[in-house]
Design a protein around this ligand. Structure first.
Ligand SMILES: Cc1cc2nc3c(=O)[nH]c(=O)nc-3n(C[C@H](O)[C@H](O)[C@H](O)COP(=O)(O)OP(=O)(O)OC[C@H]3O[C@@H](n4cnc5c(N)ncnc54)[C@H](O)[C@@H]3O)c2cc1C
Ligand SMILES: NC(=O)c1ccc[n+]([C@@H]2O[C@H](COP(=O)([O-])OP(=O)(O)OC[C@H]3O[C@@H](n4cnc5c(N)ncnc54)[C@H](O)[C@@H]3O)[C@@H](O)[C@H]2O)c1
Length: 465
């Protein structure tokens, strides 16, 4: 007999786990969450999305102060140290924790603090922080254990100058120069943050361009603007050796180059948290990246054991994890659920990037007859007023049906602006039409004006055909 019994137990209190447990409880299931950190919120709140976005917000405010004419009346441009901006971030995290904690009591979801391990498919051991062990049985178990930074064995992460995206948050100084190895989403976001603080950044990319999944024009714009704020972007480079010493870190590249920095931030992908779950006890195996495969009901290869969030790999986003969590709760009770097949991209670099739908390269490869409408933020009244003139919105649409096929945007508030286009694009035909933007009156001055300008520009090209 187990110490506790539930209909559904979730392992992990990040976005995926929280959404699964709260949705299940709202549907009448007796639900619990097991979390090994002594507070809820997951890596999302403590190491990933929230701290990185709060850091970026603080740095962006500093950049505005230092670059806008208005503030010169208050004084000369100023610098803040990394620990100073981190102290602001450390005010945001407890607010998030407090809010997420309140959901548990409100929805009557029990929280067990400790590390979960399978004993058998419907039975878990919870290793409590004081060393005691409790057992929990549940008809259904949802694995939502998230992910951690991938650490190759030949890099010494115990060295005080070698960081990953978790440990960088504890850095107690501001390096003069920083090497960021890995130019994925995390590498590009942190390159923006550190460059904004006045740190010289070497961003090392193993591929030929930044964030290759983006539309080419947006990827080019990101390279240009990162270089513009002082990031040295190096493409097609791979490390041969990482040599940390008392003065910093030197990376020897396969190309023969040597790059030295005061510190190294390693951002080369993530690994699913499955290693201590006792998966072997239930005959479940993770892939080489620690990730689990699931079917269209988010169920793993073992009956009654489900998985959602980063632990199942793509798209590894907080946004998608919340939706997957809600979906798995519906799947468990046999109600219709949505499989999350696509999510917009929202990348909080400086400038911000966001997109939804197809890129030009994808449409060209598929031989779809499309046209492009563009609007530059510098031509909108709102951007001229705010002074945030860097940016562009681009709408890709079908020449014959005028259906919107993709929205690609960079610049201030791009991650918000994209949703206007997404809402239209997700309408069934004939409502998904670029004409919506010329037949609808928008508030003025707003960044939504960019949709009207881009639509008019695109439609002008089509009517010339
Ligand atoms: C630097 C960074 C920035 C990011 N920025 C964004 C962004 O801007 N937008 C976005 O959408 N996504 C972003 N992400 C991705 C996002 O954070 C993740 O997709 C999201 O956190 C995944 O949620 P999750 O619920 O799957 O797991 P996590 O948030 O990883 O939470 C998993 C939880 O499970 C717990 N756990 C693990 N093993 C056990 C065990 N055996 N027993 C008990 N508990 C356990 C962990 O302690 C953790 O609390 C970012 C990620 C990083 C690293
Ligand atoms: N704003 C956001 O949405 C946001 C922000 C940060 C992180 N994240 C999430 O965190 C995850 C991890 O980000 P990351 O930057 O550590 O990793 P990543 O998966 O984006 O890749 C990081 C680097 O590793 C390289 N790489 C990855 N897989 C490779 C492969 N198979 N072969 C060769 N090179 C490869 C990439 O080229 C890149 O340079 C992302 O999947 C993303 O979803 C999202």
């Amino acid at each position: 007999m187990a110490d506790h019994q539930y209909d559904l137990v979730v392992i992990g209190s990040g976005p995926a786990g929280e959404a699964a447990a709260m949705s299940a409880a709202k549907k009448g299931l007796r639900a619990a969450v097991i979390e090994k950190r002594n507070v809820v919120g997951g890596n999302c709140t403590h190491k990933g999305t929230i701290p990185s976005k709060a850091l970026r917000h603080a740095v962006k405010q500093l950049m505005r102060y230092n670059t806008q004419h208005l503030f010169r009346a208050l004084g000369e441009p100023r610098r803040l140290t990394f620990p100073q901006v981190m102290s602001e971030v450390n005010r945001v995290i407890p607010r998030q924790v407090e809010m997420h904690t309140s959901f548990y009591a409100r929805n009557r979801v029990d929280l067990h603090i400790g590390e979960a391990r399978f004993v058998e498919a419907g039975k878990l051991e919870v290793h409590l922080l004081d060393g005691a062990v409790e057992t929990i049985s549940a008809e259904k178990v949802v694995i939502a254990t998230g992910s951690r930074p991938y650490r190759p064995e030949d890099v010494d992460f115990s060295h005080p100058r070698v960081y990953d995206s978790d440990t960088i948050l504890d850095m107690q100084h501001t390096p003069k120069n920083l090497i960021i190895y890995g130019a994925g989403v995390i590498g590009c976001e942190y390159a923006s943050i550190f460059a904004g603080l006045g740190v010289k950044v070497d961003l090392i990319n193993s591929r030929g361009s930044l964030l290759e999944f983006l539309d080419d024009e947006i990827s080019d714009a990101l390279s240009y603007h990162l270089r513009d704020i002082g990031v040295n972007v190096r493409h097609r480079e791979e490390y041969a050796k990482v040599i940390p010493d008392g003065r910093g870190v030197t990376i020897e590249m396969k190309s023969g180059k040597r790059i030295h920095g005061d510190a190294l931030l390693w951002c080369n992908g993530r690994t699913g948290n499955t290693q201590y779950l006792g998966l072997e006890e239930i005959g479940l195996e993770a892939n080489h990246r620690g990730q689990l495969s699931v079917d269209e009901h988010y169920m793993s290869a073992v009956e009654g054991v489900y998985a959602v969030g980063d632990v199942i790999g793509w798209p590894s986003l907080a946004s998608a994890s919340y939706d997957q969590g809600r979906a798995v709760a519906n799947a468990v009770i046999g109600k219709g659920h949505r499989i999350i097949k696509d999510a917009p991209t929202g990348i909080y670099t400086l400038p911000e990037i966001s997109s939804v739908g197809k890129t030009e390269s994808e449409l060209t490869a598929a031989k779809v007859p499309y046209e492009v409408g563009r609007a530059f933020f510098k031509h909108t009244a709102r951007a001229q007023i705010s002074g945030e003139k860097v940016g562009m919105l681009k709408i890709l649409f079908h020449i014959d049906t005028l259906e919107i096929l993709g929205i690609h945007c960079f610049g201030a508030e791009a991650a918000e602006i994209v949703h206007i286009g997404q809402a239209v694009m997700n309408q069934p035909a004939p409502n998904n039409s670029i004409e919506f933007f010329v037949n609808t009156t928008f508030n003025y001055p707003t960044m939504a004006e960019a949709y009207r300008s881009a639509a008019l520009e695109g439609l002008n090209r089509v009517t010339r055909l």
